[in-house]
Design a protein around this ligand. Structure first.
Ligand SMILES: O=C(O)CCC(=O)C(=O)O
Length: 260
């Protein structure tokens, strides 16, 4: 029941999807040599925060990035998750997608909480559906960056028995302490694995903090990256979740009627 994960903590060329796709393809090839089951790429890994050019660089759900992801998943027999710039009609979204080892899309989640500090709300529409999905026959959920500051949103994802929370981010370096504490808290309070990929490098306005992490349902750090480019590997046993949920049965003990 173990799942072998590779988190690709990469720098992102601003507004240059072709360069980012080429770099990600090289890194996926490298990670695939380690026989991983799942690869996680950062938030907006094809474009960075070049929001004012989304009319040129955002893609439909059958665009070149999606075709590449499907091809890589099938070629290396693994799943890949990561968020990309999506256009649908006249609207733009920050969308977390996942494909399985057959190249089938398993996840389509539009960032629900747009981050004003980076002007997301000026350019993007927010999503309003959850990021629950199934990976290797396990229930899981995927969310994007700022979403982790909303524990009530994370909790709604965990009520179906999900065992892992995937997070993709472009989290700035000055608040990397928040990133670490929030991720650990989300793991403890939901008794789930947290698998979180942040980018590194910088754009004109921000430096990004790295520290991608894998955290177990007890809140222990299984693996943590530093502040530079790297591929972080970890192997987790999702059945650990059941043991901890039996030991301290928070999902049975919740009293939702008090929380409204
Ligand atoms: O909440 C934060 O401090 C960072 C959030 C963020 O950078 C984002 O959502 O893109």
């Amino acid at each position: 029941m173990t799942m072998k994960i590779a988190i690709i903590q990469m720098d992102i060329a601003f507004g240059d999807p072709e360069a980012n796709r080429a770099e990600a393809e090289r890194k996926v090839q490298e990670a695939a040599r380690e026989k991983v089951d799942v690869i996680v790429l950062p938030e907006l890994w094809t474009t960075g925060y070049d929001l004012s050019r989304f009319d040129e660089i955002a893609e439909k759900m059958d665009g070149p990035t999606h075709r590449l992801l499907k091809e890589l998943c099938k070629k290396y027999k693994l799943a890949i998750l990561g968020s990309v710039a999506e256009v649908q009609g006249e609207n733009y979204y920050n969308t977390l997608v996942g494909y399985n080892s057959e190249g089938t899309r398993i996840l389509h989640y539009r960032k629900a909480h747009l981050f004003r500090l980076m002007n997301e709300e000026k350019y993007l529409e927010s999503g309003d559906t959850k990021g629950n999905f199934s990976i290797l026959n396990h229930k899981a959920a995927g969310v994007i960056c700022y979403d982790i500051r909303f524990p009530e949103w994370m909790r709604t994802h965990m009520l179906d028995g999900s065992k892992a929370l995937f997070v993709v981010a472009e989290w700035p370096k000055p608040r990397v302490d928040h990133w670490r504490s929030l991720l650990i808290s989300r793991a403890i309070e939901n008794q789930c694995f947290v698998i979180a990929c942040n980018r590194v490098g910088s754009d004109d306005n921000n430096r990004f903090g790295g520290h991608s992490m894998v955290i177990d349902p007890w809140g222990n750090i299984v693996a943590e990256a530093g502040g530079h480019e790297e591929i972080l590997y970890a192997e987790v046993d999702l059945s650990d979740v059941e043991e901890i949920r039996e030991q301290i049965p928070i999902f049975q003990d919740r009293r939702p009627s008090l929380y409204e």
